[in-house]
Design a protein around this ligand. Structure first.
Ligand SMILES: Nc1ncnc2c1ncn2[C@@H]1O[C@H](COP(=O)(O)OP(=O)(O)O)[C@@H](O)[C@H]1O
Ligand SMILES: Cc1ncc(COP(=O)(O)OP(=O)(O)O)c(N)n1
Length: 264
């Protein structure tokens, strides 16, 4: 009987290696979790932006999911880029068959400003996928879209986390503060308590894939059996270290460094 923790990512690709499936699998490996992946879209992008996108046919997404469900243990899973409603419908159906905590990274716009999801899918994500989540991890713009409220202050962030849990039935919501000017502080509401995770803001442009890395780390720790609060705290430490040791690669927002913290 293997005692390895297995994590699944359902997301798009990033050939530059900083975000998407590539960032997720690097993070799973760094955190000693067996990583598996289902590709939703092939994205031609680098640290400066997105050139083109090819969406997988729905039957290809369904078949990738089915071959994993039939054969492999899934101890936790995450979703990243899911570009349209048809993809969300089939992914939602398959997640129902997985008895595992589901972390949603509601990827909508890349750091470069390029949109990664259509408007119909944004609404479907809110109405149908959110209630299936153990945790949703929006950044400020994504949380503003989900709640329909503007977020200017730390109190607004806390209100948004509570609103998402109370009104959209996510089990927990983690509002990430990278887009705020102050410290890098995030708020987790788990249905009963508000938890704060903060770190010094690091002066860098290398934040390509931070959200992907963060949600993949949380998925790893959940797969390993940590509680939600423990998983978020350990992942916050991981992503902060990754940003602080990020590489100067590319002419745009460079990638974070996934071997910043290695648990031995
Ligand atoms: N310059 C920074 N210094 C330290 N932490 C940061 C910085 N930018 C973002 N973070 C942290 O990285 C994580 C990702 O947040 P954010 O960048 O807001 O999400 P996304 O990458 O999805 O836009 C959060 O924990 C956030 O607080
Ligand atoms: C395929 C794919 N998924 C997600 C992203 C988002 O990455 P990035 O643009 O760096 O934004 P954060 O991870 O920091 O939220 C992407 N670009 N491509």
């Amino acid at each position: 009987m293997n005692n390895v923790s297995c994590a699944l990512t359902i997301a798009g690709t990033d050939p530059s290696g900083g975000a998407g499936i590539q960032a997720d699998l690097k993070t799973f490996q760094e955190l000693q979790t067996y990583g598996m992946s289902v590709i939703t879209s092939v994205v031609a992008q680098n640290t400066t932006g997105v050139t083109s996108v090819h969406h997988m046919p729905i039957n290809m997404i369904e078949d990738q999911l089915e071959v994993i469900i039939k054969d492999m243990p899934i101890h936790a899973l995450k979703t990243g880029m899911i570009a349209n409603k048809q993809m969300m419908e089939i992914i939602s159906k398959k997640i129902e068959k997985m008895d595992a905590p589901y972390v949603m990274d509601p990827v909508m716009v890349a750091t470069s400003g390029d949109s990664l999801i259509d408007t119909e899918a944004r609404s479907f994500l809110r109405e149908y996928l959110l209630p299936q989540t153990a945790l949703v991890t929006p950044n400020i713009p994504e949380a503003e879209f989900i709640t329909g409220h503007s977020i200017e202050t730390l109190e607004d962030m806390k209100d948004a986390a509570k609103h998402i849990v109370d009104h959209f039935n996510a089990d927990a919501a983690l509002i990430k503060g990278g887009h705020m000017k102050a410290e890098a502080v995030d708020f987790l509401y788990d249905g009963s308590a508000m938890h704060t995770f903060s770190a010094k803001r690091i002066n860098t442009k290398n934040t390509h894939g931070t959200g992907c890395t963060y949600s993949a780390a949380i998925t790893s720790y959940l797969a390993k059996g940590y509680s939600m609060v423990e998983a978020v705290q350990k992942s916050k430490d991981f992503v902060t270290a990754a940003i602080s040791k990020s590489f100067e690669l590319g002419y745009g927002n460079g990638p974070t460094n996934h071997w910043a913290i290695r648990e031995r």
